[in-house]
Design a protein around this ligand. Sequence first.
Ligand SMILES: C[S@@+](CC[C@H](N)C(=O)[O-])C[C@H]1O[C@@H](n2cnc3c(N)ncnc32)[C@H](O)[C@@H]1O
Length: 270
Amino acid sequence: MDCHDTNQPTNCSQCGQRLPQAIRMESIDGRARLFHGDFRDATRLIEPAIDAVITDPPYGSGGFAASELKRPSKAKYVSTGAKYADQMPDIDGDSLLPQQWQRLMTEFLDAAWSVLKDRGILVTFIDWRNLAALHGLILESPFTFRGIAVWNKGNASRPYKNGFRMQAEYLLWATKGKLPDRDPPVYLPGVLSHTTRTNGKRHITEKPERLMEDLVEICPPGGTIFDPFMGSGTTGVAALKTGRRFVGCETVGQYFDVALQRCKEAVNAP
Ligand SMILES: C[S@@+](CC[C@H](N)C(=O)[O-])C[C@H]1O[C@@H](n2cnc3c(N)ncnc32)[C@H](O)[C@@H]1O
């Protein structure tokens, strides 16, 4: 049963402040907890025992003018004629104007800080348009900024007439205090090369499973990963398949259901 009251306004009609929403939680075998609702409400229910926040937030991207930013996600990110996106809902929080998006990202950084253990790790995707803005917000936060890794999407990505191909997205990473001690230590690559799938996508901006399997190595084996913007649950699948625990959150019902199904399959995989 979905306990969301869809008639409840999300913002106060007087002051515009966001109102808390009802949350539905599904637990999978004690290894995963998935929240259907807003991460700002879910994080109040999560104890500060998370080893790594690994996430792919709405990029607040896809244009420079307000009219371009406000276009539906499909118009911004899906190539014309791509059939897979016909049945997919838009991404929540993707049509925000710059100041609204920066507020959302600030609240995300606050939430990540509140659920991480001391020495916990934050890894967040971003594209080239808002790389500098998100970097600035991390520098202004209590996190210790550690660096930027690159996701090389390969030659299948969007070409640029008379210019450089849009071939990369970025991973900003930071820690809550010192880096964790690991024995044995890990040395992860700074460039991760994986192509996106062209068929059978379950989310408009679904990340490749192999990419996420590489990324979750930043979390110690057996640790818990939180993805506040889980979409179709790819971070969860990678975490669970590699012996980690997972906590995820998603507002859009269709994506939440896909994530739940995929995480159940990952838990039951031989
Ligand atoms: C870029 S997508 C993540 C895609 C994911 N990496 C995958 O492989 O499917 C970001 C997701 O965050 C969700 N979202 C946006 N705002 C949110 C919020 N306040 N709380 C929870 N989820 C949110 C969007 O609906 C979207 O599905």
